[in-house]
Write a protein that binds this ligand. Structure first.
Ligand SMILES: [Fe+2]
Length: 241
């Protein structure tokens, strides 16, 4: 199968810091298709209960409604599926918290929000949440590990390796690799690629600084790991998609 599979994007409109209208969402989906993406997972943030990006019944219903509208109106040549980007928190470790509801549709994958620019509410739970997802027979994908060093600047160069050892697939952001996420992210993303730690490239596209496209990042990754390995990071083969 040719074409890219993007496991991380914020094209569901009006539910987080991504697309803000249906028109905006469809423009982003069209850009994804035109740059070679064949399967796009729309992964709105799901954060703790007290946060405005929570997983309340009402908010999840709105996400499902808005995503269904996008799927209905998506241009030919690209499939859009719903997923989530889950922030790790202690309550997500409880046995009665259903991990399966956050799967990327049609898969056994769960996308976990990774490091941010400052100490983040999910930090202390992230590794345990990776293990929890594994224990449920699912595969966790940890987003943007490169930010731990380039945004946080705390020199925790072992972070990505620990998450991988815990059982996560590691997904760098296209906007990290291209430098759109700021100075140093490209350097750190390349270091992680060179060390063989990276499984996937996702756009994490929001439509402003981070476009919903993988083509440029794939080419840049190929400079580090070669054409074949870079292609495997974006073509869905690692995920059986
Ligand atoms: Fe994201």
């Amino acid at each position: 199968m040719t074409g890219f599979v993007d496991v991380h994007s914020h094209v569901v409109f009006g539910v987080d810091d991504g697309a803000q209208s249906l028109d905006h969402a469809l423009a982003l989906v069209t850009e994804a298709r035109d740059s070679g993406t064949r399967l796009l997972f729309a992964t709105p943030h799901v954060a703790p209960p007290y946060h405005n990006l929570n997983a309340s019944h009402e908010r999840i219903a709105r996400i499902r409604r808005n995503c269904a509208t996008i799927i209905e109106q998506a241009p030919n040549g690209i499939e859009v599926r719903l997923g989530f980007e889950v922030t790790a928190r202690p309550h997500r470790l409880r046995s009665d918290d259903d991990v399966h509801r956050f799967r990327l549709a049609g898969t056994e994958l769960v996308l976990i929000d990774g490091p941010q620019a400052v100490p983040w509410i999910g930090d202390s739970t992230m590794e345990r949440y990776v293990r929890r997802i594994r224990s449920e027979g699912l595969t966790p994908i940890l987003a943007h590990p490169e930010r731990r060093v380039c945004w946080r600047g705390d020199h925790d160069y072992g972070f990505a390796e620990r998450m991988k050892a815990a059982g996560a697939l590691l997904q760098i952001d296209a906007s990290g690799l291209t430098g759109a996420d700021g100075p140093g992210c490209d350097v750190e993303a390349r270091r992680l690629l060179a060390e063989g730690l990276i499984d996937l490239i996702g756009s994490d596209g929001h439509g402003t600084k981070s476009p919903v496209r993988l083509d440029v990042a794939r080419t840049m990754a190929a400079e580090v790991v070669g054409e074949a390995a870079a292609t495997r990071m974006v073509d869905g083969s690692v995920l059986g998609l």
